[in-house]
Every structure is written in C-alpha cells, then in structure tokens.
Design a protein. Structure first.
Length: 96
C-alpha cells in the first residue's frame, strides 16, 4: 500500500521545500545532511513519502525548528499569512 493512499484520512503535510529554498539549499545538500538520497527528499516534498520519526527529527534539526513547524496533519497556509497574523496580534496587544 502506498503511503499516500494510507494517509488519505490522516495526511502529513510539510514545509520542506519552502524551508530548503529559504536557506538556498539544494535537495542534494539536505539529503546529505539527513543521510538519505536526494530522491527521498523529493518524494517527501511531493508528499509521495512520509518520513520516519527519526528522519523527521533529523530534518527539523537541520532547519532548527520544532516538528510542528515543519510537519502537520493539516495543510500549511503561506508563511507570510502566519507571520502577518502573529504581528497583527502582537501589535493589537501593544496598543492596549
């Protein structure tokens, strides 16, 4: 059974491609850092493959982020939207 079919009801979404691009990192560079082949990184980014818990932690260590910032059961919105929402909420508190 493919991981995508298995995950139809509980998918695992990720921000690997975005985080890699932000850091100017190639698939090959990330693959070397987490000790997998570049094809595995591509499969993860496309959602064709879900990482083991160990691989998820290794990926998060490379980016210096907690697991919930990289992986989620719900689809991620644009980072700009989340950053803007955080800033707006903070500014609202500062005005009080």
């Amino acid at each position: 059974m493919s991981p995508v079919r298995r995950g139809e009801t509980l998918p695992i979404h990720n921000r690997i491609r975005v985080l890699r691009a932000e850091r100017g990192m190639s698939r090959a560079q990330l693959a070397e850092l987490v000790e997998v082949n570049p094809q595995t990184v591509g499969a993860l980014e496309r959602g064709d493959h879900y990482p083991s818990l160990d691989l998820a932690f290794r990926i998060c260590d490379v980016f210096g982020l907690p697991v919930e910032a990289v992986f989620s059961r719900t689809e991620f919105g644009p980072l700009s939207t989340e950053v803007y929402r955080i800033r707006t909420a903070t500014e609202g508190r500062d005005a009080q």
